[in-house]
Ligand binder design. Structure first.
Ligand SMILES: [Zn+2]
Ligand SMILES: [Zn+2]
Length: 534
């Protein structure tokens, strides 16, 4: 993050305008905690229980539904979700209903699971044995009666390179073939057993299956032999630790359904109905493996192989580093130009750095683009997929934020005592973005509808913060990066849009699409041509 301090020392009129504004804000507002976690209302809870198969749709008039029936449904949901089973719609239950999940019903999952555990303990793990009859999401069908299955990716999510998506999908199928008797093959066209497609809203499989935009139901799939897995196009899909929902994890889960697997009540199972982040641990739990082997047996002639999230992350990093240029012979257009990055900042040489997943790119003051470079080669021990990054001109140090922690580097050397816990220092976890802000002389962290001010000398949050984001007139919530340009203007980014904040006017004065309009970001065709001439 940079702010050209030197030529502007006499510009006190503007600085004091800012300070006065801040003081007025300080007087007029009292901070109140905000509820940021999604939750459903008591009224919505009944619809949720119907949608996910805990209550039947038979009663059009909800008054005719007995209280006992409702309580049973709530209890069953609580059991499946590892909540205290009370049968009451308490806060924890309503909050759980609001968390991102798979759109497939949980109906019948409990009975199937009880049967599976029973079979595991009585040694009846047969791939051909009779199964409990289940009520299904789509047409009944037990399983595929062949071991070699083909699949096709029908269309693609926005903002992800098709090479990376293809690798993620292939790896997701491999998770299952590694531990079962199944073999998968991708076909680029024609009929395939399984098809993966992205849709928005209603998409011709019933009003109940219409997608609901970001959050809520992320994807759903049909049991054999329909072979369809659908993903909500409106989600912010990511791979490898970026902000949003990890497409690899969700694909692996939905493939489980296309193979005939129900939801699992085991907390860390891939087939749990709730979204799980890609971690470093094993992707498949014992229960996922038991379920797929019950249908298709063990892998033929080889030991089952279990993959960790770390292995997938490393494979994707290598892939992304190798997959620099897309689309032909012209100059490489950096991958971030497709619309998403994790963080952005500018160093003392006015070189722009754009971070995404495991890698970063640089755009020099002259417009030369380089990268991607591996994040951890420049900043050893930094985690992948950072939340925010900022270079501070005050102390010439790099600050990185991820989850609960903050890292500080002098050049490429991690400063002693880091990483530190953000909560110990009084600022929020998972900040949306961070930038050094010269008018305040401090680092600013935005998070949801609030912002904090971090004193870089004391490394503590300044008093009277966090405060409301509304202080920054026109700045939206949920920005993924912010950078101050040498002219002092602050640019904030969210997905494809940018907002230009003028510190002198203390408001956003321009907004638009960054990849086409901001030449200095390294994506416009004019920049590319200039590069050629240079
Ligand atoms: Zn599911
Ligand atoms: Zn669908």
């Amino acid at each position: 993050m940079i702010y050209q301090i030197s030529p502007d020392h006499h510009n006190l009129r503007h600085s004091s305008a800012w300070i006065i504004t801040v003081l007025v804000f300080l007087k007029s507002t009292v901070c109140t905690p905000v509820l940021t976690e999604p939750s459903v209302s008591t009224d919505e809870a009944e619809g949720f229980l119907e949608k996910y198969g805990y209550l039947s749709h038979l009663h059009l008039d909800s008054d005719s539904r007995s209280a006992a029936e409702f309580k049973t449904a709530v209890s069953e949901f609580q059991w499946m979700s590892h909540l205290q089973v009370t049968g009451q719609l308490d806060t924890a239950t309503l909050k759980q209903m609001g968390t991102p999940r798979c759109g497939v019903k949980d109906e019948g999952s409990h009975q199937v699971w009880v049967q599976r555990v029973n079979d595991v303990f009585t040694g009846k793990m047969s791939s051909n044995g009779p199964r409990t009859r289940r009520k299904r999401f789509a047409q009944p069908g037990e399983k595929w009666y062949k071991r070699h299955l083909t699949y096709r990716i029908v269309n693609w999510p926005r903002h992800l390179a098709s090479g990376s998506v293809r690798l993620a999908v292939r790896t997701a199928f491999q998770l299952w073939s590694n531990v079962s008797g199944l073999v998968f093959q991708e076909l680029p066209e024609g009929h395939t057993d399984i098809r993966l497609a992205f849709y928005e809203g209603e998409h011709n499989d019933g009003a109940g299956n219409a997608f609901d935009g970001p959050g809520g139901a992320l994807a759903h799939a049909f049991f054999p032999c329909r072979g369809e897995a659908h993903f909500d196009m409106a989600e912010r899909w990511t791979l490898n630790g970026q902000k949003g929902h990890n497409l690899f994890m969700v694909t692996a889960h939905e493939i489980g359904h296309t193979l005939g697997l129900e939801h699992s009540p085991v907390r860390h199972a891939l087939m749990s109905p709730y979204y799980r982040k890609l971690g470093r641990t094993l992707v498949l739990s014992w229960d996922d493996i038991a379920a797929v082997q019950q249908l298709y047996g063990k892998p033929l002639g080889v030991q089952p192989l279990r993959v960790t999230g770390q292995v997938f992350s490393s494979a994707l990093q290598e892939w992304e580093l190798a997959d620099v240029s897309e689309g032909g012979s012209g100059p490489a257009r950096p991958l971030y130009c497709q619309g998403l990055f994790d963080a952005i900042t500018m160093d003392q040489n006015q070189t722009l750095l754009v971070f995404r997943g495991n890698v970063f790119w640089t755009v020099s003051a002259e417009g030369n683009i380089s990268g991607p470079f591996a994040l951890q080669r420049r900043w050893p021990n930094l985690p992948l997929g950072i939340d925010a990054a900022a270079f501070s001109l005050l102390d010439s140090k790099w600050y990185f934020f991820k989850g609960k922690r903050i890292w500080r580097y002098s050049s490429s050397v991690l400063d002693a005592g880091f990483p530190r816990m953000s909560t110990d220092l009084g600022f929020p976890r998972h900040p949306d973005c961070a930038f050094y802000y010269a008018p305040l002389g401090h680092m600013v962290l935005l998070k949801g509808s609030r912002y904090s001010v971090l004193n870089l000398v004391t490394l503590r949050s300044e008093p009277y913060y966090p405060r409301k984001l509304a202080d920054w007139t026109g700045v939206p919530k949920g920005t993924n990066g912010a950078v101050t340009r040498p002219d002092g203007l602050l640019y904030l980014f969210r997905e494809q849009k940018y907002w230009m904040f003028d510190p002198l006017k203390v408001r956003v004065t321009r907004q638009g699409q960054w990849s086409g309009e901001l030449e200095w970001i390294g994506c416009s065709s004019r920049t590319q041509q200039d590069n050629n001439i240079l």
